[in-house]
Design a protein around this ligand. Structure first.
Ligand SMILES: [Zn+2]
Length: 417
């Protein structure tokens, strides 16, 4: 198994990765554009693009911004509304695993920015039914979230004739250098299916499941091509036009708007995903069981590429967080009504055989671990040195916080005093 000589990604990355003669991966090479592109020029290109959509919908909204209670939502709304002066309609898919902090971040977001929001809340019983099936078929507890949050904004765009959707950064570009920033890649149904949904669109799920019916999956079907082209819907990624640095962006949002952060179970990144009880817990542990690495690797690599961690420091962080057992496991099992053996039985079927092997004792062993890899190339040649510290802030809650005990299944439309 080949590992990048600079970062920690290996050849089994699910988004596909390539390596050059120096053993440096495609993700690391594309990241170098962040320090070589003319970002003022990129920003002017964005300004021209946005200008074409001002007052286009007739309904008073210039664009749609998909948001949640974390993950760059504040930064995107701030940039589009405060810096470029557009009037966005916020659109949110309720992922059902909300934290109180996530509810507060989202409630303050629309209050602080005087923005309207369209939220979709699918019935809890349907969400459970779908989650059981996607766990069984793909080892995924998060399919409904990934499917819902990538298609609900497109439905709203079609229904209210608001052609422009503005997303944050493109994961395939950021992690594995699937595209250059200059390609200005846009949202596609194909990328959603192949990568976000692991090849499983609502239609495929319906065909492979005896439990689900067409009405169950209503919220997750992609609009027809004809509807999309009639309105001219397109989805752009802000990261192609603005030098994307999620750490710096969140710190700006903490200072300007009091964005709330929180410690996470399986990563040092206290900024992203604080709105979800499972994303950095069980969901991430499942990712590790399937692919042999978790979000800690993604986060450590991101910080390493921004020259805030050495390779050794990044590996130490992986060592510290990789095996952490998620504390939210009992809550999830109770909510879904299954036991631990059933859950992990489903997951085991989806472990990547390139990295995992089952020993005669029945225990799983990681055949290739970044913790045991000796770099293939001289680090002085392939890795630039550290220039900034890698410190993540933990903010105080806006109000006295209660412990999270159960999944909160519905949206809250108000802010506590
Ligand atoms: Zn790399």
């Amino acid at each position: 198994m080949q590992f990048c000589s600079r970062c920690l990604y290996s050849a089994n990355h699910p988004l596909n990765i390539t390596f050059d003669a120096d053993g440096v991966c495609s993700g690391c090479r594309i990241h170098e554009e962040k320090d070589s592109l003319d970002w003022s020029g990129r920003r002017r290109t964005l300004a021209q693009l946005l200008e074409r959509y001002r007052n286009k919908s007739g309904g008073g909204y210039d664009c749609i911004i998909p948001v949640g209670g974390a993950r760059d939502s504040y930064f995107i709304v701030h940039t589009i509304k405060q810096e470029f002066g557009l009037n966005p309609l916020l659109v949110s898919y309720n992922r059902h695993y909300n934290t109180r902090r996530g509810h507060r971040n989202l409630a303050y977001l629309r209050t602080l920015f005087d923005a309207d929001i369209y939220t979709q809340v699918v019935q809890p019983q349907i969400v459970k039914k779908i989650t059981r099936e996607t766990l069984r078929l793909r080892g995924s507890m998060y399919w409904h979230v990934l499917a819902g949050q990538t298609v609900w904004p497109v439905h709203v765009a079609v229904r209210y004739k608001i052609p422009l959707i503005i997303w944050g950064h493109h994961q395939g570009l950021d992690q594995v250098g699937m595209f250059s920033h200059l390609d200005e890649v846009e949202m596609t149904r194909k990328y959603r299916k192949d990568h976000d949904l692991m090849g499983l669109e609502a239609e495929d799920l319906l065909a492979q499941s005896d439990e689900l019916s067409v009405p169950d999956l209503q919220a997750y079907y992609y609009p027809h091509d004809k509807e999309i082209s009639k309105v001219g819907v397109r989805g752009i990624y802000l990261g192609n036009y603005i030098r994307w640095d999620t750490k710096a962006q969140h710190e700006k949002m903490i200072n300007l708007y009091g964005y709330e952060t929180a410690p996470q179970q399986r990563t040092f990144d206290t900024y992203n995903d604080v709105d979800c009880q499972h994303y950095s817990g069980l969901h991430d542990y499942i990712k590790f069981l399937k692919w042999g690495y978790g979000r800690i690797v993604d986060h450590a690599i991101r910080e390493l590429r921004f020259r805030r961690l050495t390779r050794e420091q990044a590996i130490e962080l992986v060592r510290r967080y990789q095996q952490v057992m998620p504390a939210d496991l009992p809550m999830f099992l109770e909510w879904l009504g299954i036991d631990e053996a059933t859950l992990f039985g489903w997951i085991d079927r989806h472990r990547d055989p390139r990295v995992w092997e089952r020993q005669s004792s029945g225990e799983w062993r990681l055949k290739h671990s970044i913790l045991e890899v000796t770099p293939s190339h001289d680090q002085r040649k392939v890795a630039p040195g550290v220039i900034d510290p890698c410190e993540f802030l933990v903010t105080r809650p806006r109000i006295k916080d209660e412990p999270e005990r159960r999944a909160i299944l519905v949206d809250r439309g108000y802010v506590d005093a």
